[in-house]
Every structure is written in structure tokens, then in C-alpha cells.
Ligand binder design. Structure first.
Ligand code: NAI
Length: 723
């Protein structure tokens, strides 16, 4: 028996009494759960119910490395009311109830990504077999989109793997690899991909003939888990701790994880059915929140960037980068090397002294070793990666390189010197990238024989953790060099935006405007901790003063100077910053900044002695609303200038750059989404009011004025966020 293979996202064959249902959405690289898939699965379940010769079923994917990637998020944007979303959730729940209650046992054969609604489908099965392939990951990432699992995941997962583990998965959205999934009872078998189908069919037969029983009860829990979870008082404690953990991390800005805790709890207190009802209700409400809309936008924008070659003109083919040279084995150089070797690139790390090369290689080793400890790579893979990294103080091995990334000190003449040294050694087509954070690429390229091969690749620290790469196109940079850098950045796992050249490009420039305003607030007598707290409450991961300590006061001082030289009065450094920088404090790295630091580098209280440099110890109370308005609008206004001057290619890139590069709160979508949320006219009014109080640096960008006048938005108001 075979169903209509050409239009259906599912096909079914029956072999020896086992119905094998294959997910394989036609014309798509991935399987997602949508109406068509739901309807198709429903039809097949009916056939199975009505065919007595079918004794069991197997769900498997026809895609190379994806079981089911999750629900079709496009369909989320069609919800107009919470009831729409609630209905969709209830339909999904009903369908999976049918899978669970089917006359015959169903086995999920999982290879590749099994996420969101995909995992919920697998959870409704009687047995789960997964492949031991690195691409096999299981997770419920819904909270990352501002929602909760809506097809029974909040109820089935805790019943399968226990409360604490389930909460951890649901509240973080983290991916679980095959081996871990087996250990925690999320899957019942782990096998080589080559025998996945065979074993799944075997288990289906065994279940049908009751040789094995479906896994349903929590198992393999640690002793603490058993004691805590199996009684109501222990559970209360688990829920309370989970709530505290979420609040500490999110400051209450993200409703989804809190709702998830309530929904899981409801299932424990009032039973599975009531839990499902509550799940659908909360899913419905969350799907329509502003927070979810913004997070879904970020998802679409990131997906769109994956397909963006980085140039507006017809894109030439990107050259493949197999051999990379890195100049400067310091903090950033070593960081870049650590991500490059993980992608199989051969790296030559060059510094001025042996000791520094050694230190750089040691940092690469440390990053990779951390991955071994977390069981993300094996010891053998670690050894293979380390053999790719070599060091030099004399450019040995530079002749055959495809790309060089320069990460020496932030000093134009030094950057010119190393460029002049390297260019004759590498082949004519090699790309030369500088990791400068402020210096215009066109100025660096002045020393080049082939300025068309020179561009910026601005990574963020720590390189192995930060998701953004800002590629900077100089005046003479060729499109081929741009697409090569963009493609390589993507290979390193980064979300890449391409910006045009200018002092501080996009991210450093907008962050600079924000930090500078924080300095002005210190001049005006703001209390340091209160200043930081106001912006953390707005949603930044840390406040601006803490951030300055992290980045280094010396670095911050230099950046401030570059921006002041370029933009004049608008970026006039504050007295407070100037004096603290001049005092020689360097921040966390020197264990002396605005805050106190312990021997282990742990941040303590504000260091009261720093107020000596701020003119006076007397501090005034500046309302948190004022702090936020001044700092955030300084950043937003600067972002708008970057768009109007053509530094940015789109508002989308500006939003992604701010969220992934400089900590703009994701639930606000980015500076341009923020303007859309409160309205360009309101932003302009506020800026004009600030201009009246504090002067010309708040003069609204003409783009914002124009948008306010013509009542335009950066994004369409409804429907697909990217229009
Ligand atoms: P770093 O001080 O840790 O490393 C610079 C390295 O360059 C040192 O090891 C130094 O010995 C080496 N060096 C100096 N002269 C050299 C030469 N002639 N040949 C080879 N190596 C030489 O500095 P870091 O933080 O790694 O910064 C490097 C670059 O990255 C700078 O342009 C900085 O603005 C930029 N950047 C820094 C970020 C950060 O958070 N630290 C973030 C983004 C960009």
C-alpha cells in the first residue's frame, strides 16, 4: 500500500505488518509541522486504525539530516487572535493524542534535528530510537520564540524524563545530543544511522507482540530528583527554584518560561487533560504577545541572513577558505583561531614573539578542551583540530593562504606595517581582513597594493560565544572579497551582516553613542549602580558601566577618542570617563575599574574610590526613566543615522547587529523595531525634548524626522515581519 507520494508530506508503506510513515515534505529541505502534514498524518492514522493486518507503525524522515525541525513558524504569523493560536495548539494536541492512543504501537526513528513539534510527535510515540550521529539533536526551543510547546510537550516530557530535567529543557530550549538523550531516558535506543530503520521496525514488532513494553514512567533519575519530585513539597521547591532562576535571568521580560512553569505545574496538580488545556490557553496568549512577535522576527531575519550573500549586486561565487593566516595571537586572534580549526580550516597564527604565539595556542587549546569536557567533541576530534593550528613569528606557511585576518593592536601604523609585510607573501586572490573595531577599512587599505582584497571582519569577544560577525566593505573592496568573507563567516557559525565603511562602522558607533551618554549621566551625578540597574531593567544583559569595565577602560577610551575625532561634538567624551581612563584603571582585566574585582575576577560592589575621579562623591537621584531614555535614544538615533548614511544596508541588519553584537534586548527586536513599536513620531518628540535639555547631540536623525512626518515604519505593520 503506498499513498500519493508527490503531494503528500508523508508517505506510507506497509512491510510485514508494520506501517512505515516517512516524513518528506516535497520541495523543501526540511520537514516542518504544518496543516498539510497534520492532515496527512491524520489520514494515515485512520488507515492504520481500519487495517487489521497492521500491527505497529514507525515514523521516520526522508530528509538527510532532519527528523522534524519544528512547527512551521510562518503559520504563527497568521494568528490574529489568541483564540486562533489556541485552536491550532488544541488541534495539534488532539492529533498527537491519536498517535498515542492508536490501536497499534508507534515507534519514532529519529535521525537529525528533532525539535519542537517534532519532539512532541516523538514523545507521543510508544518508543523512540535515535541515531548516534552528531546531527541528531532533540529539544523544545519554543521559549526562544516567546512561546511554549503547544502540542503536549509540557505534559509528556516531565512524565517521561522527570520534572527537573524537563523544566531545564523547556525553560532553556537547549538541544540534547543523542548520547545524553539516551542517558536521560528521552530516547530508548541509540543506534548507528545505517541501522536506524531496521531497529525501529524490530522494536515495532517487539512492542506489537508485547516482548517489550512502552516506556512511559520516569526512569534513570538521580536520587535527589526522586526525593524532590515525588512529593508535593519537593515539587513546590523545584517550581519555586525554577521561577527564581528564570526571574534572575530574564528580569521578568520574557513571559514564556514563567508560563511554562505554571503549565507544567498545572499538569502535576490537576492531571494530564487539564494540563493540556492550560498549555493550549497559554500558548494562545503567548503567541500574540509583542515579545513573541519580536523573537519570531529575529528568527526570520537570521534565517534571511543565512541566504544573503552580502552584496546587493549579482553575487559572484565565494572562494573557499581552507587555509587561514591570523596576525596577532592575542585575545581576538586566538579566539578566531579556535573557531576556525573547529570548521576544519588550517590556521597559521603569527605574533611578534614566541611566548605570545604559545599563549595564543594555549587559549585555542582551552576553548577546544572545554568542548571536550562538555562532550561536544571527542578527544580524537580535539587532536585533529589542534593539528590544524600552527604558530610562527616569521610568516612561515603564509604563501598558500586563502585569507588573512589581522588582529594586532588597534593602531593604524602597526596595521599598515603588517599589511605591507604580508601582502607580497600571499597569493593575489587571497582576502585580507582586519578585525579592527574602529579604524575605517579604507584607511587601512591605503597601505595595500590590492585594496580590492581588503575588508573588515569584526568579530566580537569572546569569539567562540558571540554570534555576530560584522563584515565591513571598504571603498575599494570587491564584491568577490565580500562574498568570500561572508561565506566563511557563516561557515564559522556566525550570523553575518555586511556594512559600509566609516569610523566605528555600525556596532561600535551605535554602542559608542550609548556609552557616551552613560558617561554624560555620570557627569550629571548619576549613581553608578543605579545607572547600570536602569539599563539592565530595560533588558540589556549588563549595564553600560559594567560593560566598560569588561571591555577595558583603556580600550573604551581609545574608541571614544576615535569617535570624537570622527563625529565631533555629538560624541564629545564625558569628563567622568576621561578622568577615570586617565587614572590608569583598566577595568576587570586590571582588577580595578568602576567596580571592585576579586582575585578570581568576580565583580563586586561599586568601588567608592572611583567617585574621586568623578568630580564629587555627591550623587543625585536621576530617575531610571531618564537614564533609559537618554542612553537608549542616543543609540537608536545613531543607528538611524547609520541607515540614512548607507552604512547599513537595511534596518534588518541594524536590528540583528544590535541584538547579537551589542546586547540590545532581543524582546524589543532591535533599535529599528523599537522605533516601530513606539512610533517614529514619539521617538522624534522625545529626542527633541532631550535636545532642548541637553543640546545638539540629541538632534533627531533626518531619517526619523522624515519617517515621523510621513508616518512610515521600518517594517510592515502586520503579517510577515520581513515583508
Ligand atoms: P591583544 O592585545 O590581546 O592582541 C594583540 C596581539 O597582536 C598581541 O599578541 C601582540 O603581540 C600582537 N602583535 C603586535 N604586533 C604584532 C606584529 N607586528 N605581528 C604580529 N602580531 C603582533 O588585542 P585584542 O584584544 O586581541 O585586539 C586585537 C584587535 O581586535 C584590535 O584591532 C582590536 O581593536 C580588535 N577587537 C578587539 C575586541 C576585544 O574585545 N578585545 C573586539 C573586537 C575587535
Amino acid at each position: 500500500m503506498t499513498t500519493n507520494a508527490h503531494v503528500d508530506p508523508l508517505t506510507m508503506v506497509v512491510e510485514d505488518g508494520v506501517a512505515i510513515i516517512t516524513f518528506d515534505a516535497p520541495g523543501s529541505a526540511v520537514n516542518t509541522v504544518d496543516r498539510a502534514l497534520g492532515a496527512s498524518l491524520e489520514r494515515m492514522l485512520k488507515i492504520i486504525e481500519a487495517t487489521p493486518t497492521i500491527a505497529a507503525a514507525v515514523l521516520i524522515s526522508g530528509k538527510p539530516d532532519i527528523f522534524i525541525a519544528g512547527a512551521d513558524i510562518e503559520q504563527f504569523t497568521e494568528f490574529r487572535t489568541p483564540q486562533d493560536a489556541r485552536t491550532a495548539s488544541a488541534l495539534g494536541q488532539e492529533l498527537l493524542d491519536k498517535v498515542e492512543g492508536l490501536r497499534v504501537p508507534v515507534v519514532a526513528a529519529i535521525h537529525g534535528a528533532c525539535l519542537g513539534a517534532g519532539l512532541e510527535t516523538a514523545l507521543a510515540c510508544a518508543w523512540r530510537v535515535c541515531s548516534d550521529h552528531p546531527k541528531t539533536v532533540l529539544g523544545l526551543p519554543e521559549v526562544q520564540l516567546g512561546i511554549i510547546p503547544g502540542a503536549g510537550g509540557t505534559q509528556r516530557l516531565p512524565r517521561l524524563i522527570g520534572l527537573q530535567r524537563a523544566l531545564d529543557m523547556i525553560l532553556t530550549g537547549r538541544n540534547i545530543r543523542a548520547k545524553k538523550a539516551l542517558q536521560m531516558g528521552l530516547v530508548d535506543d541509540m543506534v548507528h544511522p545505517a541501522i536506524l530503520r531496521e531497529i525501529a521496525v524490530k522494536r515495532a514488532h517487539e512492542l506489537a507482540s508485547k516482548l517489550i513494553l512502552p516506556s512511559r514512567s520516569p526512569r534513570d533519575r538521580g536520587a535527589a530528583g526522586v526525593i524532590l519530585e515525588d512529593n508535593p513539597i519537593g515539587r513546590s521547591l523545584v517550581f519555586r527554584k525554577a521561577r527564581e532562576g528564570v526571574m534572575a535571568k530574564t528580569h521578568g521580560h520574557y513571559p514564556a518560561p514563567l508560563a511554562a512553569i505554571d503549565v507544567v505545574r498545572c499538569g502535576y496538580d490537576k492531571g494530564f487533560k487539564t494540563g493540556l488545556n492550560e498549555e493550549a490557553k497559554q500558548f494562545g496568549e503567548l503567541a500574540l504577545t509583542e515579545v513573541s512577535r519580536q523573537l519570531v522576527f529575529l528568527f526570520f531575519a537570521t534565517t534571511a541572513l543565512k541566504k544573503d550573500p552580502g552584496v546587493d549586486e549579482p553575487a559572484p561565487k565565494a572562494a573557499r577558505v581552507e587555509k587561514l593566516g591570523i596576525l596577532g595571537a592575542g585575545f581576538m586572534g586566538a579566539g578566531i583561531a579556535s573557531v576556525a580549526v573547529q570548521q576544519g580550516t588550517t590556521v597559521r597564527l603569527k605574533d611578534a614573539e614566541h611566548a605570545r604565539v604559545g599563549k595564543g595556542l594555549a587559549s585555542v587549546r582551552a576553548v577546544l578542551m572545554e568542548r571536550v569536557k562538555r562532550k561536544q567533541v571527542t578527544r580524537a576530534q580535539y587532536d585533529d583540530m589542534m593539528t590544524l593550528a600552527g604558530g610562527t613569528i616569521e610568516y612561515t606557511g603564509f604563501a598558500g593562504l586563502d585569507m588573512v585576518i589581522e588582529a594586532v593592536f588597534e593602531d593604524l601604523s602597526l596595521k599598515h606595517t603588517v599589511l605591507r609585510e604580508v601582502e607580497p607573501l600571499i597569493h593575489d586572490d587571497a582576502v585580507y581582513a582586519s578585525n579592527t573595531s574602529t579604524i575605517p577599512i579604507t584607511r587601512i587599505a591605503e597601505a595595500a597594493e590590492r585594496p580590492e582584497r581588503v575588508l573588515g571582519m569584526h568579530f566580537f569577544s569572546p569569539v567562540h560565544k558571540m554570534p555576530l560577525l560584522e563584515v565591513i566593505r571598504g571603498e575599494q573592496t570587491s564584491s568577490e572579497a565580500v562574498v568570500t568573507a561572508v561565506a566563511y563567516g557563516k561557515r564559522l557559525g556566525k550570523t553575518v551582516i555586511v556594512v559600509n565603511d566609516g569610523p566605528g562602522f555600525y556596532t561600535t558607533r551605535t554602542l559608542g553613542a550609548y556609552m557616551n551618554e552613560a558617561g554624560m549621566l555620570l557627569d550629571a551625578g548619576a549613581e553608578i549602580a543605579a545607572l547600570d540597574e536602569a539599563l539592565v531593567n530595560f533588558g540589556f544583559p549588563v549595564g553600560p558601566v559594567t560593560l566598560l569595565d569588561e571591555v577595558g577602560l583603556d580600550v573604551g577610551g581609545k574608541v571614544g577618542q576615535v569617535l570624537f575625532d570622527a563625529f565631533g561634538a555629538r560624541m564629545h567624551p564625558s569628563e567622568a570617563m576621561r578622568r577615570v581612563v586617565e587614572s590608569g584603571r583598566t577595568g576587570r582585566k586590571g582588577k580595578s575599574g568602576f567596580y571592585k574585582y576579586g582575585e578570581d575576577g568576580k565583580k563586586g560592589e561599586v568601588d567608592p574610590s572611583v567617585y574621586e575621579f568623578l568630580g564629587t562623591r555627591e550623587r543625585s537621584v536621576i530617575p531610571a526613566g531618564d537614564v533609559v531614555r537618554r542612553c537608549v535614544l542616543a543609540m537608536v538615533n545613531e543607528a538611524a543615522r547609520c541607515l540614512e548614511e548607507g552604512i547599513l544596508r537595511s534596518a534588518r541588519d541594524g536590528d540583528i547587529g544590535a541584538v547579537f553584537g551589542i546586547g540590545f534586548p532581543p524582546f524589543r527586536g532591535g533599535p529599528f523595531r523599537y522605533v516601530d513599536t513606539i512610533g517614529a513620531d514619539a521617538v522624534v518628540r522625545e529626542l527633541e525634548e532631550l535636545q532642548g535639555r541637553f543640546g545638539a547631540r540629541f538632534e533627531p536623525a533626518s531619517l526619523l524626522v522624515e519617517m515621523a512626518r510621513s508616518r512610515r515604519r521600518f517594517y510592515p505593520a502586520e503579517g510577515k515581519p520581513l515583508g
